[in-house]
Unconditional design. Structure first.
Length: 374
């Protein structure tokens, strides 16, 4: 139940920059801005901010529409830098919305305008990654670092990709390179910590997570990952404390933390613990339905597996249907050992609960059979 750190990009600003209040403020500024050639560049800047807000709020259709407006303005202004940024963001938005075909198409269009732009190479790599095309993902990430050997986020993505493939040694090397280029990257620190958790090198993981937390105390990702590390160690009281802190920081997208808390309380005896478990699992479903947490998963399938886990904990009749959708999803081969291990670990804890969910053993057997076959 680790969280993926949000990649550094045009969106990596303070959370207040993406609030509903800021959304309304930017909309008002756009309405008040005169429609004139002299204000076109300012309109493009405001639209870029608006698109970023929509993206961070999970409103992909709105973000796509606004980025297309930014592209038109950038063409009129002949501003290749803004054009490259807009195409990159548009491709990324399509990828996160699940439309990898459009993501690839728009990243390629951007490269036609700016063929040596590493941001667009990176966007195209991400698009291919979401499409499940590992070879092209690697090709474009390598092109990006060949074009710019100091392009730090490409090394982070290469680390993430090799981690997913189970090639931990290579993943560690890429993440160390990323942190060499940017020692205060909380993305790199959290990714390296998650790698160490999968490797069961927990003390090294905590060093990375706590460093990330110190650098960004209001970023909830490290808090969630610390909770997950303690969960994997079997230290459930410590895990509960860190998951609760994660929820307090930003409840709107605390899907993984609520899931961890649901599992932990289900392992405890008594009616009160059972009610608390159900409350957290219900909150998982609320957050999942809002799409606010989708950006914290590598793939939409990981996002939906968390929902399936919550349904399991709630003894919901849709449990088996939800897990069948997970194991038959075309993206399943792209899910690495980290998330798979997290799912199995949480289900195993539920199976060991004083009052285990009715379908948990069936689900465990289903996943183990599928993972062994793969």
């Amino acid at each position: 139940m680790k969280e993926k750190p949000l990649a550094k990009s045009i969106y990596s600003q303070h959370q207040a920059e993406f609030s509903d209040a800021m959304l309304q403020q930017v909309r008002t500024q756009l309405v008040m801005l005169p429609l004139h050639e002299r204000t076109r560049r300012e309109r493009g800047r405001l639209l870029s901010h608006l698109a970023g807000i929509y993206w961070r709020q999970g409103k992909y259709r709105e973000a796509i529409n606004v980025w297309q407006q930014v592209i038109e303005i950038a063409r009129q202004e002949n501003d290749r830098e803004i054009l490259a940024t807009a195409y990159s963001a548009l491709a990324t938005t399509y990828a996160h919305s699940g439309d990898s075909e459009s993501a690839v198409r728009y990243a390629k269009q951007g490269l036609a305008y700016s063929p040596h732009n590493v941001k667009l190479m990176y966007a195209l790599a991400l698009a291919f990654d979401f499409a499940g095309d590992e070879q092209n993902t690697l090709t474009w990430l390598r092109r990006a670092i060949t074009q710019d050997p100091a392009f730090q986020i490409a090394y982070e993505q290469l680390g993430r990709l090799h981690f997913r493939r189970g090639r931990f040694g290579e993943a560690e090397q890429f993440l160390h390179k990323a942190l060499e280029l940017d020692p205060i990257s909380t993305v790199g620190l959290n990714e390296l910590g998650n790698l160490y958790v999968a490797w069961k090198r927990f003390e090294e993981a905590f060093v990375q997570f706590h460093r990330a937390r110190e650098l960004e105390p209001d970023n909830p990702t490290a808090y969630n990952n610390i909770g997950n590390a303690y969960l994997r160690m079997g230290k459930l009281d410590e895990a509960r404390r860190w998951f609760e802190r994660r929820v307090q920081i930003k409840p709107a997208d605390a899907l993984s933390a609520h899931l961890g808390l649901g599992v932990i309380y289900r392992t405890l005896p008594g009616d009160k613990a059972a009610r608390q478990s159900a409350e957290h699992f219900h909150q998982v479903l609320v957050v999942h339905a809002s799409d606010k947490a989708r950006l914290l998963s590598d793939r939409i399938l990981e996002h939906d597996a968390r929902r399936a886990l919550a349904l399991t904990g709630l003894d919901d009749p849709e449990t088996l249907t939800a897990w069948q959708a997970v194991v038959t999803h075309p993206d399943l081969p792209q899910i690495g050992p980290g998330p798979r291990s997290d799912w199995l670990h949480s289900l195993t804890l539920l199976a060991q609960a004083p009052n285990p969910p009715r379908e948990v053993e069936t689900v465990l057997a289903l996943l183990r059979t599928k993972f062994e076959r793969d």
